[in-house]
Design a protein around this ligand. Structure first.
Ligand SMILES: Cc1ncc(C[n+]2csc(CCOP(=O)(O)OP(=O)(O)O)c2C)c(N)n1
Ligand SMILES: CC(=O)[C@@H](O)[C@H](O)COP(=O)(O)O
Ligand SMILES: [Mg+2]
Length: 642
């Protein structure tokens, strides 16, 4: 472990109000200490590094000028909030971030009064800040009080429609509200789209340099609101406003762009805005993702997310893997299918690397579309691609597909369009916690008429499902697979097209049948080994499909066993509900089948390792074993219940 940095000024900060006693030069030095502390902490824990390093100065300046927790700072996504957490009384726990029982990697209301609004999915901050402003003006009350509201939103996050819905509303209402556009010209990958190009144009011209000089000149004159300084500051705001920006058309005063790492610009400009704003203001701040830590600045993703690392060298401490990741298996399998069929196209919403589509983009650049953070648009775009005779793969994390659910129902399912949904990060994902859990897709897709829903039990199955989806033209089809590496099974040369609605028998046993949907199958096999030592040999089946169900196989399992237990990495209302519905309708319960389901519990599970999270969900091998024994009346499971 590297030595902790010397932080004499930061050591004097236990809450943001302590910053009020610092002179501007001290605030600038404090920012450097905060940067060193952030690097040192993330080196120990891993996590989102680059975004936080890019907003160090902004974080200090906001807390020095605004009055939190009365004023509400809403960090979009929240992955850049580590420095904010350090300044807001959580420094002593910052080295627990993203760990079991530790701080969340995002802002979280239950964690601190200084996190007025939780996040993790992007582009919600302006809506939330506007809500606080309106509540304030209507006399609302909340913990910490209600003062100003400040949304800090990145250039990536501001690509999403929701941000414009909020600005449209805010511009109309005209209430005092601060939006800080943190423009580092990066999303997770380099940003794409016309909006990104537009933002670049805003700072391509000269005003930036003029503004810098004006801001520096104003330092000695501020803060007296009615003295010469005020006049200079006001002139500065007027002069900096680039006429005719999109933001002005939406009813905001646009200010900037300013250098977000230069406290001599940030402090006076923010002070001026704080003193004088009467309506919605958008301050455009230019920053560098990963700022101040060379390995992050150099990295392709600017240190967006990192494993634990050595501070001196920047070398990350990654565990070696024994099997390929599901994501890479998917990426390669899709390239193989696309090489045979030029109607296959692929769509990602700002996650080309995370979804493995980078491989596809390299090979078929004209058939791969990064639509930016715009899941809703991405889904409808795919629907029309399908209507136009293409074979679109909408490749998305389970949790982010939630954003596009109406589009899934209205544009895809109702029109029965053959969009292929490749759903990565299915189930519990680990360090990102509850906001990123892929818990709901089985339930929210399998309830849609005409949808085919599959889950891969291992990486070979995933390859087959890619082939199956490519071949499936009869309506929408989805297949899900988890974060992380596969189980190390032998990989087939070719993906084979699976028969729709047919599962597979893995092991024939007696008394109890374990019907698994997805990658719990490995845990089921492990449980079966231990059960065998206790004289119980379960039948094991892989359902493959939650919709359509393999009715014949399920009814046969029910007919030939005393007990049937389903398993899935999803919330209540998914695969098990469909099986239960089938069994009920077929009258199977009338003859006394013992039916149990192992689903995610009805609670949000905080971050931990995936294994620990499945432990708290009571869904690992030992829980399966206990469930079998309990169901068969062999022993009770009390001690293993979640
Ligand atoms: C709805 C949604 N889609 C995708 C993501 C994944 N994601 C997290 S951060 C991020 C990039 C955000 O870029 P930006 O807002 O510019 O912030 P920066 O990291 O550059 O500071 C993405 C795509 C998300 N959190 N939410
Ligand atoms: C903040 C955010 O939403 C992403 O950075 C997310 O943490 C990525 O998750 P993976 O590490 O699973 O790609
Ligand atoms: Mg950015």
């Amino acid at each position: 472990m590297s030595a902790r940095p010397e932080t004499p000024l930061l050591d004097r900060v236990s809450r943001p109000s302590d910053l009020k006693h610092f002179a501007d030069a001290e605030l600038a030095r404090l920012a450097q200490e905060l940067r060193a502390e952030t690097i040192s902490a993330v080196a120990e824990t891993g996590g989102h590094l680059g975004a936080g390093l890019g907003v160090i100065e902004l974080t200090v300046a906001l807390h020095a000028i605004f009055d939190t927790p009365r004023d509400k700072i809403v960090w979009d996504v929240g992955h850049q909030s580590y420095p904010h957490k350090i300044l807001t009384g959580r420094r002593d726990r910052i080295r627990t971030i993203r760990q079991k029982d530790g701080l969340s990697g995002f802002t979280k209301r239950s964690e601190s009064v200084y996190d007025p609004f939780g996040a993790a999915h992007s582009s919600t901050s302006i809506s939330a800040a506007l809500g606080f402003s309106v509540a304030r003006d209507l006399g609302g009350q909340c913990e910490g009080g209600l003062g100003d509201a400040v949304a800090v939103i990145g250039d990536g996050a501001i690509s999403a429609g929701m941000a414009y819905e909020a600005m449209n509303n805010a511009g109309h209402l005209g209430k005092r509200l601060f939006v800080i556009l943190n423009d580092n010209d990066m999303s997770i990958a380099p940003p794409v789209g016309a909006m990104s190009a537009y933002l670049s144009r805003l700072y391509a011209g000269e005003p930036f340099q003029e503004f810098k000089a004006a801001a520096k000149g104003a330092v000695s004159l501020l803060p007296g609101p009615f003295r010469e300084g005020a006049k200079r500051a006001k002139d500065m705001l007027k002069g900096a406003t680039v006429g005719g920006t999109l933001f002005e058309a939406l009813g905001f005063s646009y200010v900037g762009p300013i250098d977000g790492h230069d406290m001599e610009q940030l402090l006076p400009v923010l002070r001026t805005l704080h003193q004088r704003a009467t309506g919605p203001v958008l301050l455009h701040v230019l920053t560098k993702k990963g700022k101040g830590y060379a390995p992050a600045e150099r990295a392709r993703d600017r240190g967006h997310a990192t494993a634990r690392f050595d501070v001196g060298t920047g070398e990350q401490k990654k565990a070696t893997s024994n099997a390929p990741s599901y994501t890479s298996v998917f990426g390669k399998a899709l390239v193989e299918q696309a090489a045979k069929d030029d109607r296959i196209v692929a769509v990602t919403a700002a996650m080309p690397d995370g979804t493995g589509l980078n491989l596809f983009a390299e090979r078929f650049p004209s058939r791969c579309f990064d639509v930016a953070i715009a899941e809703q648009h991405g889904v409808t775009f795919c629907a029309a691609l399908a209507a136009g005779g293409m074979k679109p793969f909408c490749v998305v994390y389970s949790t982010f597909l939630q954003r596009g659910y109406d589009q899934v129902v209205h544009d895809v399912a109702i029109q029965r369009l053959p969009v292929r949904f490749a759903i990565d990060r299915a189930g519990l994902v680990g360090a990102d916690g509850a906001t990123h859990a892929g818990s709901y897709d089985i339930a929210y897709l399998a309830n849609l008429p005409g949808f085919t829903v599959m889950a891969a039990a291992d990486e070979a199955e995933l390859k087959h499902m890619v082939a199956t989806a490519a071949a499936h033209d009869d309506g929408p089809i989805a297949f899900r697979y988890p974060r992380g590496e596969g189980v190390g099974v032998e990989m087939p040369e070719q993906g084979k097209v699976l028969e729709i609605g047919k599962g597979r028998l893995i092991q024939k046993g007696k008394r109890v049948a374990l019907l698994s949907f997805g990658t719990r199958l490995e845990e089921v096999k492990n449980a079966a080994e231990t059960l065998a030592q206790k004289g119980v040999t379960p039948t094991i089946a892989d359902a493959r499909f939650a919709k359509p169900l393999d009715r014949d196989m399920i009814l046969e399992l029910a007919r030939t066993h005393e007990a049937l237990i389903t398993l899935e990495e999803g919330a209540i209302g998914g695969f098990a509900s469909h099986v239960a519905q089938l069994l009920a309708e077929e009258g199977v319960f009338d003859s006394g089948l013992k039916f149990r389901s192992m689903v995610l519990p009805d609670k949000f599970i905080n971050q931990a390792s995936p294994r620990d999270m499945y432990d708290s969900a009571a869904m690992n091998a030992e829980h399966i074993e206990a469930k079998v024994l309990d169901t068969l009346g062999i022993t009770r499971i009390g001690s293993l219940r979640a």
